[in-house]
Design a protein around this ligand. Sequence first.
Ligand SMILES: [Ca+2]
Ligand SMILES: [Ca+2]
Ligand SMILES: [Ca+2]
Ligand SMILES: [Ca+2]
Length: 280
Amino acid sequence: MKKDFWYCLTVVLSICTSLYGFQVDGDLADWGVTPGSNLQPNPGINSWIEDFVDYNNQGYVGPAYGGQPYDVEALYVTIEGGNIFFAMVLGMPPEGSYPVPRINNDYYYPGDLGLDLNGDGHFEYGIEFTGHSDNSPGGAPGNNSYTYDPTKIGNVYEITNTQGWNKGLSISDYAPTEINYRKPQYLNLIGNTTVVYVQSSEPEHYVVETSIPLSWLQYDIGINWVFHWTMTCSNDIGEVMMIYTPYTPPTTTVPEPASLVLIGIAIVGIYIRKTKITVK
Ligand SMILES: [Ca+2]
Ligand SMILES: [Ca+2]
Ligand SMILES: [Ca+2]
Ligand SMILES: [Ca+2]
């Protein structure tokens, strides 16, 4: 009996381990992705993939330029075990980069992750990815409002107004880029999570991974959720979508009282018949 119990427990635990296999560790093997060679994730994972920059197209990444450091190559999102897991492959290092080929002294930084979970086009949640904020229009720090605070990495904010986001350049229609700490009245800190932003073993590629408990968030179900990321100029923008429809277990049919009575009569009948046979 004891042996059976431990066997069942082992089976259940091994199933759980295989279901909840995502690790926020900067290694995308859990997504089935190898930066630089394979961006197609495992089945069932929502993805956005756009890796077309090479150095023969003057570094065009769409809608603007910047070369590999400004190429947003892939975004991934999935839900497991009550958590949203997010991953990204990009060319920009966490400390930012000059474009390739270089344009004057332009230097831009990675932005933060925006989440629109109610379909209204506003990213009402933001996750701080690097601690950088408020770069000058040219991208350079030192405009008296630039800040770098790595203790903010992983902070998750509810962003109650579009002014809670800094904006990119006009070429990308001023897309939301980074969380705007000059408007603290529009930022509600709701928690801190793990963000891993590291260089991949493949040259010129970086990887970001993070996760957020669903229980921290308010959202609509059955609609497209949008996860948005861009650098501080928005020369390239990545957006991945997913539709969340929670699993609801099928309702079990409860026997009606009349059926129960019939079953009871049948059992009693079988018992009497069996008893009679034994007596004989
Ligand atoms: Ca991982
Ligand atoms: Ca690329
Ligand atoms: Ca929204
Ligand atoms: Ca930031």
